[in-house]
Design a protein around this ligand. Structure first.
Ligand SMILES: *Cc1c(COP(=O)(O)O)cnc(C)c1O
Length: 364
């Protein structure tokens, strides 16, 4: 395995040397050393600042982003609960599986993949379906490179007494999130997207409303690792449910601090526009029609070009990794992540030049 690729995929991303340095430590025993609880608490404080959460409880679970999605469903859903799955892409549709796995009745609100969610569709769905307790939605649909207006949607859901579970795995640290003001109930993040840490951690934030919801369940939460209530009082009791991955927490802490040092939302917007502008002015077509993501761009593949062939040339001849299409977008698009550490002018210019050469080679 070559260790020196330029990683321009929409997660995992490039990693800053300061994060690698923070992780390269023997450290301590995180179960026994009370100092580690302070490090963890400081990390939570910085993270809450990043998502404008003052009244919320955040925790970091050892596992990839998907663990957070599953843990939220396992902890909040009970047998027979009606859950509105607001979906305009791969991840939005994918929530159905988790909802049903934990006994929920998934009501699918399916929308076009190339535009953001229109709130009037949610209003219509709620008129038809009564008794909905929870809703799942995606902040940035990474495979189709669309951003949904979670502020508008979550405030609306809250006004209807519905708890929101938001997958912001590919937006946290790239788009502004206002957890308290937007009345989000469960917010899910991942370490390997805009925060540019290695994969392996998922961040979960709970509103007081969602904590009360879990406390008032009539049946116990199934699972231990997936039970978000086991994190209650970890700091007061100086106790973690399992041994914490010290190096990953230190890396995450450093990457959150790096993100807080910059005006991260404007930076991502700037690079998002730079990337879209490049493709549009060079004859490419974007997959999205509006509501473009500022953290990832999906570009239509020319007919007759297979993604695997493009990927191989980019990797072998140019040392650059790019993303492809998932689900119905397989061989339809390729994707560039403009997330966190990927965001350097020279990285994009190198990628654009390599893409242009690769396409010339593929379409002759
Ligand atoms: C990356 C990502 C996840 C985590 O899933 P993986 O594909 O396993 O990395 C979850 N939701 C969204 C929107 C993501 O972009």
């Amino acid at each position: 395995m070559n260790k020196d690729y330029l990683i321009m995929t929409p997660g995992p991303t490039e990693i800053n040397q300061s994060v690698l340095d923070a992780m390269a430590t023997k450290g301590t025993n995180p179960d026994l050393d009370k100092d580690f609880f302070e490090v963890y608490k400081d990390t939570v404080t910085s993270y809450n600042k990043l998502i404008a959460a003052k009244k919320a409880r955040s925790m970091f679970l050892a596992g990839e982003g998907i663990l957070g999605l599953e843990a939220a469903c396992a902890s909040l859903i009970e047998e027979g609960d009606k859950v509105l799955c607001i979906a305009n892409g791969v991840f939005g549709e994918g929530f159905k599986g988790f909802v049903e796995m934990y006994g929920g009745q998934a009501i699918m609100l399916l929308s076009d993949w190339d535009i953001g969610i229109n709130i009037s569709n949610i209003e219509k769905a709620l008129e038809i379906h009564k008794g909905i307790k929870l809703a799942t939605l995606i902040h940035c649909e990474t495979p189709s490179a669309i951003t949904n207006d979670i502020d508008l949607i979550c405030r609306y859901l809250n006004s209807k007494g519905i708890l929101s579970i938001v997958d912001s795995v590919s937006a946290i640290g790239g788009e502004k999130v206002t957890f308290d003001d937007s009345k989000i109930d469960v917010l899910l993040g991942g370490s390997q997207k805009c925060l540019s840490s290695p994969a392996g951690m998922t961040m979960v934030t709970l509103s007081q409303r969602s904590i009360n919801h879990m406390k008032n369940r009539s049946t116990p939460i199934r699972g231990y690792y997936l039970n978000l209530m086991i994190w209650e009082d970890w700091y007061d009791k100086k106790w973690f449910p399992y041994t914490q991955p010290l190096q990953n927490i230190l890396g995450l802490k450093q990457s959150i601090e790096n993100t807080l040092k910059i005006d991260f939302a404007s930076e991502h917007k700037k690079y998002g526009e730079y990337v879209r502008e490049h493709f549009l002015s060079n004859g490419y077509e974007l997959y999205a029609k509006s509501d473009y993501s500022n953290t990832v761009t999906a570009v239509k593949l020319p007919p007759n070009v297979k993604f695997d062939n493009l990927f191989d040339i980019m990797k072998e001849k140019h040392g650059i990794l790019i993303g492809g299409g998932i689900g119905q977008l397989k061989d339809k698009v390729f994707r560039i992540g403009h997330m966190g550490e990927n965001n350097k002018r020279e990285n994009f210019d190198r990628t654009f030049e390599a893409l242009s050469k690769s396409f010339k080679e593929l379409i002759q």
